[in-house]
Design a protein around this ligand. Structure first.
Ligand code: ACO
Length: 330
């Protein structure tokens, strides 16, 4: 076995549920306006899953498309990781539900919890396992049914998120440098700024806990904003340095789709202009799915072409963050 092998993304896919919730629809639910939401976030609409759809259902749809795009049979998958903060249930893992639905019976499967950074964390985990020869083929999914964990009476959070899923198939080999090494980081001292505090072993499911709304996502928006800009900017610069590259050589930057103002601030700091890929207006923040959906769209709409260098960067609860560089080989 080689100690370090090239790892390539050989297929991508994404899925958003049918129902669209526009800013105008939100005006009927909470005291807000299309103007406020769009000017503060860049969001116009988001997709909301049907009551019977769970994270594994969304992830399964994205996974099927990624496998088809890659020309890979589900039975060829050795490793299946689902990044999610809205799993079907605490256990078994959402990854095991996806495994069953797609027939990836030779895979070992687990969920990865890194909030909105989850997809990049999962990508790095899969890359490292393939690079060291532990597995050959991996399926990585970011899937979220955020709508379940939002307080639809809290205008400061419910307007920001949407549901969806994205997936990528990774395999050893390929042309170019493939998925390069990532730069990842976490800071647990700031965990309280963005969390869903209720329902776990810290604040178990009781009537009191539910009455206090602790089962819903809570966030100190301004603090999150500040840290997100700094961490993603620094992570991108570190990832470029680590791989001996400069911003000028990058065709496309795909950041976590949390807020257009965060993306614009990073773009300005890096001096990369309109090379930032943005789709937040259509989906809002789909947490761990956001990067995966954006990557799939950027490939499918031709923004990313064979030989292009692409930077991915994320930020999320924890806090967690990261960045990596890929040379697109398809
Ligand atoms: N509609 C209308 N008014 C609102 C709304 C709303 N939906 N939400 C808040 N307001 C009001 C506030 O009550 C406040 O009113 P006040 O001045 O009378 O008190 C005013 O608007 C300004 O509120 P701020 O919170 O200061 O607004 P800010 O400019 O900071 O924008 C926002 C808020 C959009 C949440 C911003 O802080 C942000 O985007 N933060 C980052 C959030 C984020 O991206 N989180 C996720 C990242 S990580 C992950 O993906 C999990």
């Amino acid at each position: 076995m080689d100690s370090k092998r090239i790892v390539s993304i050989i297929g991508t896919g994404s899925y958003v549920p049918e129902r669209v919730l526009t800013n105008q629809d939100l005006e009927k639910i909470v005291d807000t306006s299309d103007e406020w939401i769009f000017s503060r976030t860049g969001m116009r609409e988001r997709h909301i899953a049907a009551p019977e759809q769970a994270a594994s259902d969304l992830g399964t749809e994205a996974a099927k498309k990624a496998l088809e795009d890659a020309g890979v049979d589900a039975e060829e998958i050795d490793l299946l990781i689902v990044a999610t903060l809205s799993p079907d249930m605490f256990f078994p893992s959402t990854a095991c539900f996806v495994q069953e639905k797609i027939g990836a019976k030779n895979a070992y499967c687990y969920d990865l919890g890194a909030a909105c950074s989850g997809f990049l964390y999962a990508l790095e985990t899969a890359r490292a396992q393939i690079a060291c020869g532990a597995v050959e083929t991996a399926l990585v999914i970011g899937s979220e049914k955020m709508s379940t964990f939002l307080d639809w009476e809290d205008r400061t959070t419910c307007i920001l998120f949407g549901d969806g899923a994205g997936a990528a198939v990774l395999r050893s080999g390929g042309e170019g440098r493939g998925v390069m090494e990532s730069v990842m980081g976490s800071d647990g001292s700031l965990a309280h700024l963005l969390s869903t505090p209720g329902g776990g072993s810290r604040n178990p499911m009781t009537h009191e806990m539910l009455d206090q709304g602790m089962q819903y996502l809570q966030m100190q928006g301004r603090e999150v904003f500040k840290h997100a800009v700094k961490r993603m900017t620094d992570a991108v610069l570190s990832a470029l340095e680590k791989n001996g590259l400069s911003t000028d050589e990058i065709k496309c930057f795909i950041p976590h789709q949390a807020n257009i103002r965060i993306i614009d601030a990073i773009s300005k700091k890096l001096g990369v202009g309109d090379r930032m890929y943005v789709n937040v207006e259509k989906y809002a923040n789909t947490s761990s799915a956001a990067l995966a959906i954006a990557l799939d769209e950027a490939v499918k709409d031709g923004t990313i072409q064979k030989g292009d260098l692409v930077v991915l960067t994320v930020f999320g609860g924890g806090f967690t963050w990261g960045a990596n560089v890929l040379e697109w080989g398809k």
